[in-house]
Design a protein around this ligand. Sequence first.
Ligand SMILES: [Fe+2]
Length: 218
Amino acid sequence: MDFKVKYFQGILVLFLFIFSSCNAQTKTDSNQITNTLVGGPCEGCEAIFEYDNRKLTHIDTLPDFYKEGVKIKVEGTIYQPDGKTPAKNIILYVYHTNQEGVYAPKENAKGWAKKHGYNRSWIKTDKNGHYSFYTLKPAPYPNRSDPAHIHYTILEPNGKYYWLGSCHFKGDTLLTKNEIKPDSPRGGSSGLLILKKEGDLYVGRRDIILGLNIPNYE
Ligand SMILES: [Fe+2]
């Protein structure tokens, strides 16, 4: 008899454990954000999810900044689609070539670091929508097919992620008309940086409006 009671109690405890686990799982799932690529196809946009578990901040320094070259700071404000309200907690992924114009991977590179090289960063806007990063002005590709540029990808807290046009540098002789003044700049910004000297640094600004000129943004 005792054995039967204990057996029954065991089954009951097991049932309650499974039931509570399932219930907890359901709650977790309902809180999860679904990441959605918008704005058309994008090779490598998923690299925005490769940040490590360190706390992301609104200021970062890329590895090349400590080498020889033109030291730059790129800063800006990211706004909500209304173009006025600062957008906090937006993750911005940037990457660029080194001083040889190459996306050089480190020896132990994994994931998209193999293609995007070591000069990359994930920055998260603060409550004022501000972001900034320090790095060296990149060099154009060795065959000089494109002007020097910094790639930008955005991830919003709602899970939408998409590419923006790259940052370029005013005065670069490799720039085309479309890079200087695109018809419908994604995020409302051509990305053309006008560098101004501030001490040892050259500072450029790029503000962004979320979703502007991004197809299927809704
Ligand atoms: Fe590139």
